[in-house]
Design a protein around this ligand. Structure first.
Ligand SMILES: Cc1ncc(COP(=O)(O)O)c(C=O)c1O
Length: 364
């Protein structure tokens, strides 16, 4: 009989947001809106699309395995050496590569709950022991994490802003935390939603911290604000030593040609980013107002999604919304996560949510 590794015995396959086509088919719907996976409702920059058309003739050729041009573009923009940067096939691939690079069987790995589920999956996959520190007021409890550190601790996953709650911790708290963590413990700091942050307290310039903390790894993605989720591209920054070691276990052509070309072009289209930021901020304020009117509690979000208590079982609300052509993400208990869409999508979401919660009569 075939034997699988013990480490994967209890792992569950990742459950992505339900695809639009599946929901259309299942419920016989013509139109379905997906606000479930924190994608960019504004799509992709036109400049990027035009650039991709230029690259489409080269699909028979392997991409540059080193992602040289993308690394150079990033190095110039971020004022780092190319040897401190490693592009990956989305942050998802990087999470796996980091886990493979550092986690030995029996190592303790600290993470929050609730947070991005791939942290626990990759840790478990490598035989690491997940040490879970619950959020406090839906926000990272950095002090609680420090208290869990011991001789077996190998790595700490941090997500700022956090998915799914959208909450942040401040620059002061981050620096205080970094100072207290022993330097042989790896700190992975995931900034997937950094471009959406509006709070002045957020650590905007974390790259400068790489000089002082040789155990820090910073991860970013083009999947969210840059609207390239389908192409799978992100990048990671750390010391040359860390990047060099992660690079040893990287697949030969991990970032495809279109992803490399699109990412370079996306870095140049600040106008697209500024517009998406504005649309997201307005959408967030609209949804906050509606949730306030409906008396629904929510966590303050610095991202493109809101974590909201719908006072009804989240799976029930998920199914009822889905039947009406709206896909959101049920998270835990009565809490759902909804991606901030275009204003039209946000209004539709609120209309359908009121219908599902039987709150139509409370409309202003
Ligand atoms: C916090 C966080 N990290 C990483 C990822 C993975 O992003 P990517 O599309 O770059 O693999 C996501 C995706 O939702 C995320 O929310």
């Amino acid at each position: 009989m075939i034997k699988f590794r013990d480490e994967i015995k209890d792992l569950q396959a990742y459950k992505p947001g339900k695809p639009i086509e599946d929901v259309k088919r299942e419920y016989g719907l013509k139109s379905v809106v997906k606000l479930a996976s924190n994608e960019n409702p504004m799509g992709t920059s036109k400049k990027v699309i035009n650039k991709l058309k230029e690259s489409i003739d080269s699909l028979a050729i392997y991409p540059d395995g080193n992602s040289t041009l993308l690394k150079e573009a990033l190095a110039e923009k971020l004022k780092l050496k190319t040897t401190q940067i490693l592009p990956s096939s989305g942050s998802d691939e990087m999470l796996d590569m980091i886990a493979k690079t550092f986690i030995n069987s029996g190592d303790e790995v600290i993470m929050a709950d609730v947070t991005f589920p791939r942290y626990i999956a990759t840790t478990t996959m490598m035989g690491g022991t997940p040490i879970i520190v619950p959020l406090k007021n839906w926000t990272y409890d950095l002090y609680g994490i420090l208290q869990k550190i011991n001789k077996k601790t190998k790595l700490i996953w941090l997500c700022n802003p956090n998915n799914p709650t959208g909450t942040i911790f401040s620059e002061d708290k981050l620096i205080d935390f970094l100072k207290r963590v022993p330097e042989d413990i790896v700190i992975v700091y995931d900034e997937a939603y950094r471009e959406y942050v509006t709070s002045p307290e957020y650590p905007k310039d974390t790259i400068k911290l790489l000089d002082d903390y040789s155990n820090l790894i910073i991860m970013r993605t083009f999947s969210k604000m840059y609207g390239l989720a389908a192409l799978r591209v992100g990048y990671t920054m750390a010391s040359e030593e860390i990047i060099g070691n992660i690079n040893k276990i990287r697949g030969p052509f991990n970032v495809n040609l279109l992803a490399q070309m699109a990412a370079i072009e996306a870095l140049n289209d600040q106008e697209f980013v500024d517009n998406c930021y504005k649309v997201n901020k307005e959408g967030k304020e609209y949804l906050y107002c509606e949730f306030d009117d409906m008396d629904l509690e929510y966590a303050p979000s610095e991202t493109n999604h809101i974590f909201v208590n719908v006072e009804r079982n989240c799976n029930e609300v998920f199914i009822q919304l889905q039947k009406r052509g709206m896909i959101i993400r049920p998270i835990t208990g009565d809490w759902i996560r909804v991606t901030i869409g275009t204003m039209e999508q946000n209004k539709l979401f609120i209309k359908l949510l009121k219908e599902v919660l039987n709150l139509e009569n409370t409309i202003k």
